[in-house]
Structure formats: structure tokens, C-alpha cells
Design a protein around this ligand. Structure first.
Ligand SMILES: Nc1nc2c(ncn2[C@@H]2O[C@H](COP(=O)(O)OP(=O)(O)O)[C@@H](O)[C@H]2O)c(=O)[nH]1
Ligand SMILES: [Mg+2]
Length: 426
């Protein structure tokens, strides 16, 4: 699973990326500072409690474990994650983030690093556009004064949102135009089915599927007024088709960043075809750094934090933390992990499942408790999960066993959130 961070320069993409991945990337107040796309891993809390909670309850009930002690640093968790972590039964699971630099006007015509930029985008499962909700930068990312009133600020942010959609629309339009008339004539005897497979073929490099292409084409048909045969469609008609296909292939979710400086009411005025979440990426970065230095106790997504080293702070640091605390409480959270969580679990319909080797103890071959948590599409078949664990496990798949009911399940058993599954294989 890969989520691309897109946006014009200086909106806070790299800050968002580092705060979510704690990787070291260049952060500077000038355009074009990120040249190569950065890939990093963000760890996000699974929605459901880690199954190690049930295991613990079982062990406590039969006297094999004492109740959770107050000073337990893991707050009760007893799993042994190979990657990520689990505290208080909140299991952290990985999600790849890509900091995709290069959105400049004309990217779709190859300006800047346009082509590389578009190729990077097409490798992502979803896009989050980071925008400057405070309006501190112009359309090319150069610093400018903060908009004071919400109407002007909203207008400038909406322009930013529309600008990315337009670039993507133009890119798809360019691909369609390349061989439209000839290609469509070739498939005319197959009618609409021919057009759909032609579109699918043309856009396959962008991660298109026939389902998405069909949905895009349906919405195009509802709006299309051009009654000429498809090979004679005007540029405007093809433009509408490109827009409809783009909305399906690349729904764009909005991280309305710099919310801390944004005039009140801006977010409510924005429109996008994905979700819109207010974010404060630089605050998230500051809090995560303070937390990793042991200065505060803070978990991403929370509305509060606790100061651990009050005596070692100077008045300036104290004041900064106090300010952040107020802003954080009034906003509910910094928004950074929220938007990744919502895109991953709500928009992309992913779930977390736990393959194990021992269906009773929920351990792997070495006795590690619930070592793996896989983020997979809802409804993934048991056999497909087997392949994700190891190709041998998939090739030799015999059956699965549900770790809770202990019932055997077949190769096409559809997984649901929080499943613990043992896989039997030859
Ligand atoms: N006020 C405010 N500034 C931010 C926020 N996030 C990032 N910035 C600042 O915006 C500037 C550009 O950030 P950067 O991450 O380099 O932007 P990029 O060009 O989109 O990668 C830096 O000075 C950041 O400190 C935020 O949430 N609020
Ligand atoms: Mg950057």
C-alpha cells in the first residue's frame, strides 16, 4: 500500500512526510527542494485492538498471567511485532508514503520533472494533496503574506486543489488523444465494450482497472451532450471523459495543512472529490521529535500530550509547548495520522489480519506471539494471504484455520478485520 503526497512547493509535503515517517528529508523554505521522490513508512494504529488483548484475557482467566501492572511500559500488550509496535493493544501497522515533488504548472506537458512526476503518481494507490490552508504561498510555491479573510484564503486554496486535478485531467486527455480516433474506430464493432477495453488498455500504466474505467465512463455518459460518433468527439468531449476517468483513477484527498495559521472557516468552504482533513504537519513533527527525545509523552492522533521533563525545559520551550498544547486541544489532533488512517481504512477499504503458525497459541514457528500484522484489502481470499506470506505457502495451500473459532476455511474464504489465521500448506 502506497500513498503519494502531492502538492505545489512549500505547502509542507516534506514536513508531513517526515512527521509521519520520522525519516530525515530536506525541509527548507524554498521551491524545488525535494528532487527525488522519498519513500518512507508511516506506522498507523490498526482500528481494532490487537488480538493479543484476547490472548491476555485468556491467560489471565486461567491464571497464567497476572493482571496488567500500572508500570507496564506496554500497557498490557503481549504480542511480539516483527515490525511496528503495540502498546495498550494499539497495534501499529505500516503504510508506505511517497513524497512526490514536482507539481508545477505544466507538469502534464512535461514541464519541470513532469513526466517523472506523473510516473511516480501512477505507482500510488491513493493520493493526498497537501495544500496550504493559510494561503502563505502563491501557485508556484513562493512565499507571500497570509490571507487574512477566509473567503480570499479559501479561494486561493480551492485554486490549488483545482490546479492538481486539471494537471491530471490534461495528462489523461493527452494519453486519450494520442490515438483516439484510430483506436476507437478499430473497436467500433464491439460497441461500448470495445471502448471500455480500449480505455483500459490505454490507461493501464496508471493503475487502471476495468471496474474503475467502467465507473468513469458511466459518469461521463450521464454528462455527455456530444451526439457524434466517438471517433469524432470534440476536444471538449474528450476533456469531460478525461475528467470522469481521473476522478475514478485518482480520487484526491486533501490535507489542509498550516491549519494553525489558517483563517477561521476556510476548510468548510473547500470542495474536493476525496476527503478533506485539517492538518498541522510542523506541529506533528515537533511533537514527534519531543516525544522521541523523551521530553513529552505523545501518541500521534491524540489531542493532548504530557510533559515528562518539566525541570529541564527553558522558559521558551515551555511557552512553545504550552502554545502547541492549546492549539492541539482546540483542533482535536494534528490531523497527520488521521488522514492516513481514513484514506487507508475508509477510502481504500483495507483491514488488518494476523497470519500465525499455531492456531491455539497464535505464534509463529519460533514461538513469537502474533509477529505479523498484514494490511490487506477487505475480503482478500485466504489463499491470497498465503501468497503474501510466502509463495510456497500459497502454492501448497491446503486450508486455513480461523484462530478464534478453530474452524477450517477454504482457499476463497474472505478475510475480515482482525482475523487470526493459520495456513496449512503442503
Ligand atoms: N505554520 C505552519 N507551517 C508549516 C506547517 N507545515 C509545514 N510548514 C512550513 O512550511 C515550509 C515548507 O515546508 P516543506 O515541508 O519544506 O514544504 P514542501 O516544499 O511542500 O515539501 C517550512 O517552513 C515548514 O516549516 C504547518 O502545519 N504550519
Ligand atoms: Mg519538499
Amino acid at each position: 500500500m502506497k500513498i503519494g503526497l502531492v502538492g505545489k512547493p512549500n505547502v509542507g509535503k516534506s514536513t508531513f512526510f517526515s512527521s509521519a515517517t520520522l525519516a530525515k528529508v530536506d525541509i527548507a523554505n524554498y521551491p524545488f527542494c525535494t528532487i527525488e521522490p522519498n519513500v518512507g513508512v508511516a506506522f498507523i494504529s490498526a482500528r481494532l485492538d490487537c488480538p493479543c488483548k484476547e490472548l491476555r484475557q485468556r491467560y489471565e482467566a486461567d491464571g497464567r498471567l497476572a493482571p496488567i501492572s500500572l508500570d507496564d511500559p506496554r500497557k498490557g500488550s503481549i504480542c511480539q511485532p516483527r515490525t511496528g509496535d503495540c502498546i495498550g493493544f494499539k497495534r501499529l501497522v505500516p503504510c508506505y508514503l511517497v513524497d512526490v515533488a514536482g507539481l508545477v504548472p505544466g507538469a502534464s506537458e512535461g514541464r519541470g520533472r513532469g513526466n517523472a512526476f506523473l510516473a511516480d503518481l501512477s505507482n500510488c494507490d491513493a493520493l493526498i494533496q497537501v495544500v496550504d490552508a493559510a494561503g502563505t504561498t502563491d501557485i508556484e510555491g513562493n512565499p507571500k503574506a497570509v490571507e487574512q479573510d477566509s473567503i480570499a484564503a479559501a479561494k486561493s486554496v480551492q485554486q490549488e486543489i483545482d490546479f492538481l486535478s486539471k494537471e491530471l485531467d490534461n495528462w489523461i486527455l493527452g494519453l486519450l488523444k494520442e490515438s483516439w480516433a484510430r483506436g476507437v474506430r478499430r473497436v467500433q464493432s464491439e460497441g461500448e465494450k470495445g471502448i471500455l477495453s480500449f480505455l483500459h488498455e490505454k490507461l493501464t500504466g496508471l493503475g487502471s482497472s476495468i471496474v474503475l474505467v467502467t465507473r468513469g465512463f458511466e459518469s461521463f455518459k450521464q454528462q455527455n451532450k456530444d451526439s457524434s460518433p466517438p471517433w469524432d468527439w470534440s476536444s471538449e468531449t474528450l476533456g469531460l471523459l478525461a475528467t470522469c476517468l481521473r476522478s475514478e483513477l485518482f480520487p484526491i484527498h486533501i490535507a489542509a495543512n498550516k491549519f494553525d495559521m489558517s483563517p477561521e472557516g476556510v476548510i468548510a468552504k473547500l470542495q474536493a472529490n476525496g476527503i478533506i482533513i485539517p492538518c498541522m504537519a510542523d506541529m506533528e513533527l515537533a511533537l514527534m521529535r519531543a516525544a522521541s527525545a523523551g521530553i513529552i509523552d505523545y501518541q500521534s492522533g491524540k489531542s493532548t500530550f504530557e510533559i515528562l521533563q518539566q525541570d529541564n525545559l527553558n522558559p521558551k520551550q515551555n511557552e512553545a509547548l504550552e502554545k502547541m498544547s492549546q492549539k492541539l486541544t482546540s483542533s482535536g489532533s494534528t490531523g497527520v495520522s488521521d488522514i492516513i488512517d481514513k484514506v487507508l481504512f475508509d477510502q481504500l477499504d483495507h483491514i488488518v489480519v494476523y497470519p500465525v503458525q499455531d492456531e491455539g497459541q497464535w505464534t509463529d514457528g519460533d514461538g513469537k506471539v502474533l509477529p505479523d500484522a498484514f494490511v490487506v484489502p477487505v475480503g482478500l481470499a485466504a489463499k491470497e494471504l498465503a501468497y503474501m506470506v510466502h509463495s510456497d505457502l500459497g502454492d501448497g495451500f491446503i486450508k486455513g484455520v480461523d484462530g478464534r473459532s478453530r474452524r477450517a476455511v477454504g482457499s476463497d474464504y474472505q478475510l475480515s478485520d482482525g482475523d487470526v489465521l493459520k495456513i496449512h500448506s503442503k
